[in-house]
Design a protein around this ligand. Structure first.
Ligand code: GDP
Ligand code: MG
Ligand code: ZN
Length: 354
């Protein structure tokens, strides 16, 4: 069964020390609060974390959908998870609870389909944001523009997205006419894992159902008159498509927040990165410095003003997040030292007067 979920020889090597301890491998397909559904050679098991993993997990160390874990099966289809295998890729977000700080929302994803609908206004800034978080995760992005049947000029919509997603494949598709569906299927390779990210109502679950050839996911009819979808997908679930690829549908994009997106930002804005390297001063702020290649490109129109603004905004956000992380790290250190101080005090009491 685990072969069907993407198990490989390389994973087998990573798993060897766990196998030596008598643990079995499995892949997390669903996560709801402290409970995990895990695909294993013993079938699907309902797993919980071991007390040790719960206490000792580092930041982002709890299992997420897509993770490979080491577990012991228990009676009645239950299991205990002892460890999480190293991740090849990971989508991160700030955890809701401050204990974990960073949370993994999807692990070991090979391809990230960034989904937008052709019948809604194209939002270049949002696409840049999605691209940055996809690059940051380590997954390869593919832009998918849905509902081509509702768009008068689908080619123009694709071209518009291509201008933003430089060097990234952009596909126009429709589940109504079937247009582009073969091109999309070409990215679904057996044993590989894909995730669909995009606003609610763009047609992510409909795509999964079309690719699966059956109604695996609930979909929502969009209310007449506005393009806002309802959230019908309530949890993340990794499902296996007939061709052998694994696909993860997500309730919405909100959970794929930006985080330490540094590398992702450079990859998304390669053009700006290249321009900035042409500036006369290495630490050019691209404001009033002489010999600034960025300003020159803005003046000639070679660099789009809105694209530059979008980049600056993401960068400010990134700086903010980094500052916040620094604060969080200092806070954790402080807590750590307070705990040690308390423990010292307590042990002195026990040991009595010296
Ligand atoms: N006309 C048309 N409607 C579509 C297409 N794909 C999805 N839809 C509709 O868009 C609505 C939202 O789809 P859904 O899959 O629930 O979106 P999700 O929130 O992204 O999962 C549903 O009413 C679908 O039938 C398409 O290619 N063409
Ligand atoms: Mg959905
Ligand atoms: Zn400059």
């Amino acid at each position: 069964m685990i072969e069907q979920f993407g198990w490989s020889d390389a994973l087998g090597q990573d798993f060897a020390p766990h196998a030596a301890q008598g643990y079995a491998p499995g892949r997390v397909t669903v996560q709801h609060r402290g409970l995990y559904t895990v695909a294993t050679d013993f079938g699907e098991l309902n797993a919980q974390l071991s007390g040790h993993l719960m206490r000792e997990a580092e930041e982002g160390g709890y299992p997420a959908v897509g993770d490979w874990v080491a577990l012991t099966p228990r009676e009645g289809g239950a299991a205990t998870i002892h460890a999480v295998l190293p991740r090849r890729t990971a989508f991160l977000r700030k955890a809701a609870d401050s204990v974990q700080g960073v949370q993994v929302v999807a692990a070991n994803v090979d391809v990230a389909f960034l989904v937008a609908s052709m019948n809604a206004d194209f939002n270049a800034r949002r696409l840049e944001r999605y691209l940055a978080s996809a690059w940051q995760s380590g997954a390869a992005p593919v832009v998918v523009l849905t509902k081509a049947d509702l768009c008068e000029d689908a080619d123009a919509a694709v071209a518009e997205a291509e201008a933003v997603a430089i060097g990234v494949p952009v596909l126009g598709v429709s589940v109504v006419t079937g247009a582009g569906m073969e091109d999309l299927a070409a990215y679904l390779k057996p044993g590989e894992t894909c995730v669909l990210v995009g606003s609610s109502g763009v047609g992510k679950s409909t795509l999964v159902n079309a690719l699966a050839g059956e109604e695996l996911m609930a979909t929502a009819a969009i209310r007449e008159g506005d393009a806002h979808g309802r959230h019908t997908t309530t949890h993340r679930e990794l499902v296996r498509l007939p061709g052998g690829a694994l696909i993860l549908d997500t309730p919405g994009m909100r959970e794929f927040g930006l985080l330490e997106v540094g590398d992702g930002l450079d990859a998304t804005f390669e053009d700006i990165d290249a321009l900035a390297r042409e500036c006369r001063f290495r630490d050019c702020g691209h404001a009033n410095e002489p010999g600034c290649a960025v300003r020159a490109a803005l003046e000639t129109g070679a660099l789009d003003e809105a694209r530059w603004k979008g980049f600056q905004k993401l960068q400010r956000e990134l700086n903010f997040l980094e500052a916040k992380e620094d604060r969080a790290a200092r806070q954790t250190n402080r807590k750590h030292w307070i705990a040690i101080a308390k423990a010292n005090k307590a042990s002195k009491k026990i040991k009595g007067e010296w």
